[in-house]
Design a protein around this ligand. Structure first.
Ligand code: ADP
Ligand code: MG
Length: 317
C-alpha cells in the first residue's frame, strides 16, 4: 500500500483526527493549524517509544497505541495543561493494514479518554519506533514546574505505585505464578496508565513542584529536589504500594514502588493549607513525606531513621 493511501485510510479518516475545537486543520496540509485560547501558553512535549526498550515486541498493537499516547499525555497532566492536539512520527518495518488499524484504534481509545486530536505526523520505514508530540494549553504563567518546591511543603503522590514495574516479569519467557486477576491488574497498569489530567489542572496555582512518575519515585523525586534546590524526605511506610504488586511478589513490591517506573502517577509538593480541599477532590492522593532544606532525596524507615538507598530508576545512557 502506498504511504499516502495508508495515512488517509488509517489516520486521516479516523474520528480522533477530525478537526474541531482548537484544531482548525489537521492531516492533509503541510502544517496543522491549532488555535490557542486567548491568554494561554502552548505546552509541548515529545516522547519516543521503542520496541524492546519501552515495550515488549511483538505485542498487541491496540495496547501499544493506547500506551504510547497515555505516556505522552501524562507530561501535559504534570504541567497542568489541557490537551489540544498531538502529532505522530511513526517508523514501521512493514505497512501492515490490520496492524495499523488496531494500533490506530488504541490511539483513538486513549485520545477519547484524554480529549486530544491527532493533528498530523510523519511516516517512514525502519525498525518500529513511535514518536508522539503532545500539545496542550495552560493559562499564561500558570504551568506547573519541577522547580517550585519550598521547604515546609507536603510531598504527595496521586495513587498506587509499583504495579507497572511488576508487570515486566510477566513479559519474560519464564512463567510467573500468580492469579489471573492479579495478572490482569498488572498488565492494565502497564498498558493503560491514565494521565492524571484533572488533578494536574486542579494543582495549577496550588502545587509547588510537580512531575509525573515515569522513571521511578526516588529518581523522579530527585529531579524535583535538584530543580527546586530542596531536599525531599519520603517516609517508606507511607509509600502507596500497589496491592496487585504485593500479591504478585511481596518481597519485591516495595522496591518496585520506590524504583520501578511506568506508573505515571503525579508526584507533587503542596502547602498544607490546600490539603483538605485536595483530599475532598482527589481522595486517592496520599502524603508520603515533606520538603526540607538541603538537597537530594532522603528515605526514612518506620522509626524515622535514614535509609541508604540506591536511587535506581531507568536510564538510557
Ligand atoms: P510532508 O512531505 O509535507 O512533510 P507528509 O507526506 O509527511 O508531508 O504528510 C502528509 C500529511 O499527512 C501531513 O498533513 C502529515 O501531517 C500527515 N501525516 C503523515 N504521517 C502521519 C501519521 N503517521 N499520522 C498522522 N498524520 C500523518
Ligand atoms: Mg510538507
Amino acid at each position: 500500500m502506498h504511504e499516502f493511501e495508508l495515512i488517509n485510510r488509517v489516520f486521516r479518516a479516523a474520528d480522533y483526527a477530525r478537526p474541531g475545537h482548537a484544531v482548525e486543520r489537521s492531516i492533509g496540509d503541510d502544517c496543522a493549524l491549532i488555535n490557542l485560547p486567548v491568554g494561554h501558553q502552548l505546552c509541548v512535549s515529545t516522547d519516543s517509544v521503542l520496541a524492546g526498550v519501552h515495550f515488549p515486541f511483538p505485542c498487541d498493537p491496540f495496547l501499544l497505541g493506547q500506551r504510547a499516547l497515555a505516556v505522552a499525555v501524562s507530561d501535559l497532566a504534570a504541567s497542568g495543561a489541557r490537551p489540544l492536539a498531538f502529532t505522530l512520527a511513526l517508523t514501521l518495518p512493514e505497512p501492515e493494514l490490520a496492524w495499523l488499524q488496531s494500533f490506530s484504534s488504541g490511539l483513538a481509545h486513549m485520545a477519547g479518554l484524554c480529549g486530544i486530536t491527532l493533528a498530523g505526523g510523519d511516516t517512514t520505514r525502519g525498525p518500529l519506533n513511535i514518536g508522539i508530540t503532545v500539545m496542550g494549553s495552560v493559562p499564561a504563567g500558570q504551568a506547573l514546574l519541577r522547580s517550585g518546591a519550598r521547604a515546609g511543603d507536603m510531598l504527595c503522590v496521586s495513587g498506587p505505585l509499583g504495579a507497572a514495574a511488576a508487570a515486566l516479569p510477566l513479559f519474560a519467557a519464564e512463567s510467573v505464578a500468580t492469579s489471573v486477576q492479579v495478572r490482569e491488574q498488572l498488565l492494565q497498569a502497564f498498558w493503560q496508565p491514565m494521565p492524571q489530567l484533572a488533578l494536574g489542572q486542579w494543582l495549577r496555582g496550588r502545587a509547588g513542584a510537580v512531575i509525573d512518575v515515569s522513571d521511578g519515585l526516588l529518581a523522579d523525586a530527585g529531579l524535583i529536589a535538584a530543580e527546586s534546590g530542596v531536599q525531599l524526605q519520603i517516609e517508606r511506610a507511607r509509600d502507596p504500594v500497589a496491592a496487585a504488586a504485593r500479591q504478585m511478589d511481596a518481597g519485591q513490591a516495595m522496591a518496585r514502588a520506590l524504583s520501578g517506573g511506568d506508573d505515571y502517577q503525579l508526584l507533587f509538593t503542596l502547602a498544607a493549607e490546600h490539603w483538605p480541599a485536595l483530599q475532598q477532590a482527589f481522595p486517592e492522593v496520599v502524603c508520603i513525606g515533606c520538603v526540607g532544606e538541603g538537597q537530594g532525596v532522603v528515605l526514612l524507615d518506620e522509626a524515622g531513621q535514614r535509609l541508604t538507598t540506591e536511587i535506581g530508576g531507568y536510564r538510557h545512557f
